[in-house]
Design a binder for this molecule. Structure first.
Ligand code: ARG
Length: 563
């Protein structure tokens, strides 16, 4: 039970006839300062009922309320300030964490419901962008968070593996490419070919015609075209998998856009049957003016299908295949309109489940406040960024702990983790600047700082040779530990909040707060002093380390025991 629930119950026992438990719970406030206790109740709302001044009501209540769970209840004007019994709360929290370990905060709310999460989804033959990185790590974290509350997440990589650009690539490859070139550095080479195509096409417009012809062949299943396409796809995937390996993200499905080629006709038929398709200059559109949206372009005048046509087929396929409880799309902010259109068309098709589809948008990663661009060859290669992060982490570990036996492994966990953490610590809709040196710092609100706090706690426990005893009662009632305990107690709520908002930053912020509170505790209290409370202090260190590790896990980071 959290503190607000305890307070609400205690008040309710006294005002049963006049206020409901829910109303009381809603009225409760978090005092701004610790001097005003842990929970505050404004008595105004009872003034009408009792026909008394709120001050008087507060004073009366304070006398009647059962004090068992509180150190004291203070009346300040119309407010009742509740000071929790630290001994009791700390005992409950530490013992529960000791018993449940990383499962503290687990729940069954999701009822095992499937949740396909459309995430990462880069485009074949192009580098993974920072945007795709964001989608990957946000999606991965949301999957862990939803799993913790009882859903069954399905990580889907909706690869951009179809479109006219493949006609261009085939032409460019046949003219200027080599098998070796692609094998050696697939993405760099394919990107080079793509850029070259556009350059040459400026003076030789007939290339465009050739490209169209090749894409048509591809669509018709021509063997040479298909083989080339498949090869570009698999070489690109190999490259992407290197990055997914570094991030330790894996997918349950790589069904990309091409997978839906044979599944779109059915959608078009459904739209026709419901008389939703209109002709517009030879193209087929669905009017969405009722939703204040631009029309959805389903088929071009040459019969070619579009991005949204494939997404319609994908949505229907996912509903049939997974019977999802909800479906999530972790895709940049700039595609908000696309997902509004997608949902609107499905709604027009009378698919009620379209209400369970959620676009989870995010902002841009910038450099010096500007958007990172992949154009004009100025590409930021993600693999290089990640490798550099590992190097920087390695340098810092060399300085701090040169004898660390598994230094390389830890440097990887810290370096890669720092990039992930930096991405997840701000509200996902915010744009943020990426400065690698800042990201990998061991101080400040960074991943390494949180990991370092965990490692420090583990080192204390090792030094003390401490093992937690689930059957023991550990309790603390000092001011210093209280801040840590309150944060640990809040963890299950934090998880629910993160899940409701699809917002990993809620978890990241919790991790930072726990780390900060613990480091303060560590600075003020002699944890290893030989007195009656030593065991309880160590149990608190254990509980703190357990929760920080779980916070990090939910974000997709490791918590090394030593660093
Ligand atoms: N490949 C697309 C891009 O890079 C993202 C795909 C997102 N997922 C989807 N179902 N539309 O912009």
């Amino acid at each position: 039970m959290n503190n607000k629930e305890i307070v609400a119950k205690a008040i309710y026992a006294v005002v049963k006839d006049d206020l409901s438990l829910e109303t009381i719970a809603q009225l409760l406030e978090n005092p701004k300062s610790v001097d005003h206790g842990d929970v505050a109740f404004p008595a105004f709302s009872l003034a009408k009922v009792y026909r008394k001044a709120p001050q008087q009501i507060a004073a009366d209540l304070a006398e009647k309320i059962d004090h068992t769970d509180f150190e004291k209840i203070e009346v300040v004007g119309p407010y009742l300030n509740f000071f929790m019994d630290k001994q009791k709360v700390s005992q409950a929290v530490i013992t529960q964490i000791a018993k449940e370990k990383g499962h503290y905060g687990d729940s069954t709310i999701g009822n095992k419901g499937n949740v396909p999460i459309d995430m990462s989804s880069p485009n074949i033959a192009k580098p993974i962008s920072m945007g795709h990185l964001r989608s990957t790590v946000i999606g991965n974290s949301i999957a862990f968070i939803l799993e913790k509350i009882g859903y069954a997440p399905i990580r889907i990589n909706h690869l951009g593996d179809w479109g006219t650009q493949f006609g261009k690539l085939i032409v460019a490859y046949k003219k200027w490419g080599s098998e070796e070139g692609v094998k050696n550095a697939p993405i760099t080479e394919l990107l080079r070919l793509y850029v070259q195509f556009h350059e040459e096409a400026e003076t030789q417009p007939e290339l465009e015609e050739e490209a169209r012809a090749w894409f048509k062949k591809l669509e018709e299943g021509d063997q040479e075209a298909t083989e080339l396409w498949q090869w570009f796809r698999s070489e690109s995937l190999k490259e992407f998998d290197k990055i997914y390996g570094m991030l330790e993200v894996s997918f349950d499905s790589y069904n990309g856009e091409a997978f839906y080629n044979d599944k779109m006709a059915e959608i078009v038929t459904m739209l026709e049957e419901k008389h939703l398709l209109q002709e517009n200059q030879g193209a087929e559109i669905v009017d969405l003016s009722a939703y204040e949206l631009n029309p959805a372009l389903i088929k071009k005048s040459d019969g070619a299908t579009l991005y949204i046509t494939r997404d319609l087929a994908a949505a229907v396929y996912r509903k049939r295949t997974y019977d999802f409880a909800k479906a999530i799309y972790v895709v940049g902010n700039e595609q908000s309109n696309h997902f509004k259109q997608l949902k609107a068309v499905l709604k027009e098709l009378d698919f009620d489940w379209s209400a369970d589809m959620h676009h989870v948008p995010f902002g841009l990663i910038t450099q010096g406040g500007k958007k990172l661009s992949t154009r004009k060859g100025k590409i930021v290669l993600l693999e290089e960024v990640l490798n550099e992060a590992v190097n920087l982490a390695n340098n810092q570990i060399m300085e701090k702990n040169p004898d660390l036996p598994n230094r390389e492994e830890v440097a990887r966990q810290v370096g890669i983790g720092s990039v992930i953490f930096h991405d997840l610590k701000n509200d996902r809709l915010n744009n943020f600047d990426f400065v690698l040196e800042e990201v990998v710092r061991f101080e400040g609100e960074t991943g390494p700082y949180v990991q370092y706090t965990h490692a420090r706690a583990m080192s204390i426990l090792r030094k003390a040779d401490f093992t937690i005893d689930e059957s023991k009662d550990y309790a603390l009632n000092d001011k210093e530990s209280w801040e840590v305990i309150k944060l640990l107690q809040k963890f299950p709520e934090v998880v629910l909040q993160a899940a409701e908002k699809y917002e990993p930053s809620v978890i990241a912020k919790h991790a930072i707060h726990v780390a900060q509170a613990f480091n303060k505790y560590y600075a003020h209290v002699k944890i290893l002093a030989d007195d009656a409370e030593k065991e309880s202090r160590l149990a608190l260190v254990y509980a703190m380390a357990t929760i920080i590790k779980e916070d990090l896990r939910l974000l997709g980071l490791h918590a090394p025991n030593e660093m």
